[in-house]
Design a protein. Structure first.
Ligand code: ZN
Length: 423
């Protein structure tokens, strides 16, 4: 264990000493101005306002990559390594390519299905107080510990682990959109359960920290999607939901609700995307940012290439850049190399969940009865308690017995949406 702390502290030290003070200062100066420009650009959907800032950021991030070094790989590797240590662009490409092919195929089958849910039942009136108590109830039931954590309201949902005994989640409520706050809360609670499961004794040292952004995201996605959007979960939660929201759900059959919360359709905005299309949003960004860093794509050409790629994947074209290449904050803050970790999180989650299903006796039955402790304890034991001891790829191999691949995620999506859409 001490060796792990030494390894990680040395890694951080090496990375930071390789960056000149001028570069670090310039990055922070440019990013803070770029974020203001981005806010304005997005509001008015004028890419031209943001373009000079994106040019500066890409140039600085390329400098950063050169300074850090990337072995025999590509500069993008050095940036990705900030968020997902040990993973290279080539790794991601190898995972994403087969996943993308499968997702595009699945999405086309879903688009060709004669079935579609009635999603308007999710925009009926869901009083905010009732949403607050129901979301809090669900977060508590799945295992988020409110004795050393809390759930508040904020414009941007997030989870921050301030240390052992203080994990804070936030969510925001829209009285005419049930899924936003509810699944948002399960998502943040998943992050929170990970933070609460890290070894408290190692607080402040790498052994008390999360493995990577991808592994962190796997924990939120596992609770949000693999548990929260599953049939077994609602076997347990639908009757209480009808009691809490009698006006909205009193006359809605279980199947209609379950289908509505699992609606799949192409849409422009990543953060509102469903389980199937979400990963395609990420792959688009990964493709573009890799080319930007490699110098194969000029920032000026981003809107055109974005829309062209988007149309190829989704079959629809963004009507403007606010709903296209200007929608995310990441690039404006220098967060290049961050996006892949979201889709990696989904892949990790699928592989972990499929292993947990194998390891635990009748996991769907347990979830249907509202017994979440066995799953939470499995995650505590297999993942959380190790802190940063293993790199994400090694952790997956250790926990699931196999290297990371697209297979578990594709199997999960095919299985679930094949049934719903009659494929
Ligand atoms: Zn998250």
């Amino acid at each position: 264990p001490a060796a792990v702390n030494v390894r990680e502290v040395r890694r951080d030290y090496n990375r930071s000493t390789k960056l000149s003070r001028e570069l670090v200062e310039e990055l922070s100066r440019v990013c803070s101005l770029a974020q203001q420009a981005w806010v304005e650009a997005r509001k008015t959907s004028t890419f031209a306002t943001f373009q000079p800032w994106l040019e500066k950021i890409v140039a600085l991030k390329r400098e950063e990559a050169q300074a850090i070094g990337f072995g025999g790989g590509v500069p993008y590797d050095a940036l990705l390594d900030n968020y997902e240590p040990g993973v290279t662009a080539a790794n991601v490409q190898n995972w994403f390519t087969p996943l993308r092919d499968e997702l595009v195929k699945l999405l086309n089958e879903i688009k060709g299905s004669s079935r579609a849910p009635d999603v308007t039942l999710l925009t009926r009136l869901y009083p905010v107080d009732a949403q607050r108590s129901f979301s809090t109830y669900a977060a508590r039931r799945i295992g988020f510990d409110f004795k050393c954590g809390r759930l508040d309201e904020a414009h941007h949902p997030f989870c921050s682990g301030l240390g052992p005994g203080d994990t804070r989640l936030t969510t925001r409520y829209d009285p005419h959109h049930f899924p936003g706050a509810f699944f948002g809360t399960l998502h943040e609670a998943g992050h929170g359960i990970y933070d609460q499961g890290l070894p408290a004794a190692a607080f402040g040292a790498p052994l008390g920290q999360a493995v990577s952004l991808g592994i962190h995201e796997s924990q939120s996605r596992l609770w949000e999607n693999f548990v929260g959007r599953s049939r077994p979960f609602w076997n347990c939660f639908y009757t209480p939901a009808q009691a809490v929201f009698p006006q909205a759900l009193g006359d809605v059959p279980f199947e209609d609700f379950y289908f509505a919360i699992n609606d799949v359709r192409p849409s422009f905005i990543r953060v509102e995307a469903d389980e199937v299309t979400y990963n395609l949003h990420i792959m688009l960004r990964f493709e573009l940012e890799q080319k930007l860093v490699a110098g194969d794509l000029k920032p000026a050409d981003v809107p055109g290439v974005w829309n062209e790629t988007f149309t190829r994947y989704f079959g629809i074209t963004p009507p403007n850049d606010s709903q296209g290449c200007l929608q995310d904050i990441h690039w404006s803050g220098g967060g290049i190399g961050y996006f892949p970790t979201y889709a990696l999180g989904n892949m990790f989650a699928a592989q972990f969940f499929s292993t947990a299903t194998r390891d635990l006796d009748d996991l769907p039955g347990l979830i249907s009865k509202g017994e979440f402790a066995p799953l939470k304890e499995w995650l505590n034991e297999k993942i959380h308690r190790h802190g940063k001891e293993f790199r994400s790829q090694d952790l997956v191999q250790r926990v699931t017995g196999e290297p990371l691949s697209h297979r578990a995620l594709v199997a999960h999506l095919r299985n679930k949406f094949g049934e719903l859409y009659g494929l």
